[in-house]
Design a protein around this ligand. Sequence first.
Ligand SMILES: [Zn+2]
Ligand SMILES: [Zn+2]
Length: 304
Amino acid sequence: MTFEVTILGCGSATPQINRFPSAQILNYHERFFLIDCGEGTQIQMLRYNFKHQKIKHILISHLHGDHYLGLMGLISTMNLNGRTEELHLYGQPELMDIIEMQLKVSSTTLRYALVFHPLQHFQSQIIYDDGELEISTVILSHRIPCTGFLFREKKRLKNLDIKALKKYKIPISFYNDIKNGLPYVTDKGKTIENNILTIPQKTLRSYAYCSDTCYLPDMVPQLKQITLLYHEATFDSTLIERAKATFHSTAAQAASIAKQAQVKQLLLGHFSARYKNLDLLLQEAIPVFKQVQLAEEGKTYVIE
Ligand SMILES: [Zn+2]
Ligand SMILES: [Zn+2]
């Protein structure tokens, strides 16, 4: 089952020629979630050939402009393009006030239902659960209320052992049941256990988006051993005081969180516009945590 994240924007504060503000698309088995929607998100979707019609859920971490100023434009385009399917939006309570005000002054009535889910910022909560995937919030520490998002696989469909299926002459119409963990019962009433017909399952996968935040070891227990962590790395270590004052993190601090949480992979993002070349940030992170990459716009990272 597909589980991957595509970066549309990984810059902080203002849009740059080569770097857009925060936005990314998480694809879990063709269920698409847009995480943050900075200015230019629509342009990036066009550039990387992603159809906004696919998005059913939009999650906004906080109300700094670099995380949501593209949202009203996207909501508007969806309406102009004739969307009728409901759209779920998650964010701080004031987000809906902003949207309603903009719809009101332009006398716009959306053709689709915008279902708003207000987020708490003092306690983690489960905001989505479809039986296979669960999303919970991660409480971050920033200048204004801010939440990260943790996507956790709840169960995975089993992989079929084709040789075994052929050996026991299992009809194709039963394959789905077997993927779901059921045994097969023959015409003569003999039960063939599921583990004989499937390949042992891999561990459940998970992804966390943590931006924006100061260095916050409090988040470590919740992120323990997750598969991929996207953590902001706005500054290099010479600007650690500035990071503290603005409630952001350095690359080494992001790496330290990844190390403490024993995550499998770390992806750095939310880069300050002052860095034309990001090598410095990577070089500061590697000694602390080796399995680290810099987020690249347009690139898809498989969570496995
Ligand atoms: Zn930001
Ligand atoms: Zn911010």
